[in-house]
Design a protein around this ligand. Structure first.
Ligand SMILES: *Cc1c(COP(=O)(O)O)cnc(C)c1O
Length: 392
């Protein structure tokens, strides 16, 4: 008997759970796009988008998903034939690099596989050997959503500076922004991309590129007028923000989402995600004591607070996902970019997520393991409750 009626929990790593307040803000007639409230609202987003990225850098808004922001960022800095260093820790950085190659860049990849973060010592060596400074940009993903690895972006800037290499540091924070702490200016990131449908809790369709003066000055010849970030950050007329009609309803939703983040406080948002991640890990560590279950990233310091990737053996990943969704209304993420994909699943715990949702998701998974006779260690829910009850 299915018990899935009631409010579902979409626990995939994007799109994330949308707050009712965001949906209600979008539920309105189309506004006047020529003047008035929408213009004021759009201007008001800019300082708050800088705040969530902890930066004074410029931010350009694009009507498009994360892939659009990837292309926007690359096209503004690259020329055909430029060399790009890709630090791959999962499917997403590989994909960003493929896009750079498609635009005519020479892509060099250091692949760390699917279970480990970037090795900073190795990057330092590669940069030290690049005596002529051929590498124009370094592409890194802060949190790779396919593996749930979290990379040390500040440490990466440290080794770039150590070597004195001039390359731009470009970071993908599509999964991490508003979830895992990220400080664009303090960490020395030149270009950062993100989208609105993960930590920013808004329906997919708007994305952002933050860039500093160094990145702006690095301008290559790949950029075409639609992707050009310059008019978007200093629009003389309102329509230059978007190079056409504004994504009106997304802007209302985003305004509300940013208000929610401000009201909670960015530090509290980060702390909430960290605590909930610890609760999840506590359960998985117990389940993993017996049977096929294993957290994909062994080192807690290299784990995201927004998404968790789990290996559970083929075809248990798919079987568990189906059971949780159809029996209980909990949708888990697929084993994206992994082989065999049905040996993995992921939990998205980004954005509008609280403790009872996480405890419900863990309880559902525990029931699924039992229903499907997947061997597992006991005591996971008790361990999760203890982690939740622990102070600080
Ligand atoms: C989701 C995601 C993307 C892709 O974003 P889309 O909106 O699906 O195009 C890229 N990088 C990371 C790290 C992501 O999590």
């Amino acid at each position: 008997m299915s018990l899935s009626q009631g409010r579902a929990y979409l626990a995939i790593p994007g799109p994330s759970v949308m707050p009712d307040a965001v949906l209600q803000a979008m539920h309105r007639a189309s506004p006047n796009i020529y003047e008035g409230e929408l213009h004021d609202l759009t201007h008001s987003l800019v300082p708050d988008l800088k705040h969530v990225a902890m930066t004074d850098a410029d931010v350009a808004i694009y009507i498009g998903n994360g892939h659009a922001a990837w292309e926007a960022a690359l096209s503004n800095v690259l020329s055909k034939g430029d060399t790009v260093l890709v630090l791959a820790t999962g499917r997403f950085c590989v994909g960003w690099g493929e896009m750079a190659a498609g635009m005519g860049a020479l892509v060099e990849t250091i692949d760390y596989g699917d279970e480990a973060p970037i090795d900073l010592a190795e990057v330092e060596e590669v940069l030290a050997n690049d005596k002529d400074g051929r590498i124009k940009a370094i592409l890194a993903v802060h949190v790779d959503t396919s593996t749930s690895v979290k990379n040390d972006i500040a440490g990466l800037r440290g080794v770039i500076d150590q070597v004195g290499h001039p390359a731009l540091l470009m970071a993908d924070c599509i999964a991490s922004l508003g979830c895992d702490r990220f400080e664009m200016d303090a960490w020395g990131v030149d270009v950062m991309v993100s989208g609105c449908q993960k930590g920013l809790m808004t329906p997919a369709g708007v994305s952002f590129v933050w860039f500093n003066d160094k990145a702006n000055a690095a301008r290559g010849d790949c950029v075409t007028s639609y992707w050009d970030w310059r008019p978007r950050v200093s629009p003389e007329i309102y329509f230059q923000y978007f190079d056409g009609t504004a994504p009106t309803h997304h802007l209302y939703g985003l305004r509300t989402a940013l208000d929610m983040i401000k009201a909670e406080g960015l530090d509290h948002v980060f702390a909430r995600h960290e605590k909930l991640a610890q609760v999840i890990w506590a359960a998985f560590e117990q389940w993993s004591t017996h049977g096929p279950m294993r957290l994909n990233i062994a080192d807690p310091a290299a784990r995201s607070h927004a998404v968790t990737s789990v290996e559970i053996g083929s075809p248990n990943g798919d079987a568990l996902r189906k059971w949780c969704e159809h029996q209980c209304g909990l949708t888990l993420g697929i084993g994206l970019g992994r082989s065999p994909a049905d040996a993995y699943f992921r939990i998205g715990h980004m954005g509008h997520v609280n403790a009872h949702m996480i405890m419900g998701a863990l309880g559902t998974i525990d029931a699924g393991l039992k229903a499907l006779d997947i061997p597992h260690g006991n005591g996971a829910l008790s361990a999760a409750a203890s982690a939740l009850a622990m102070r600080a």
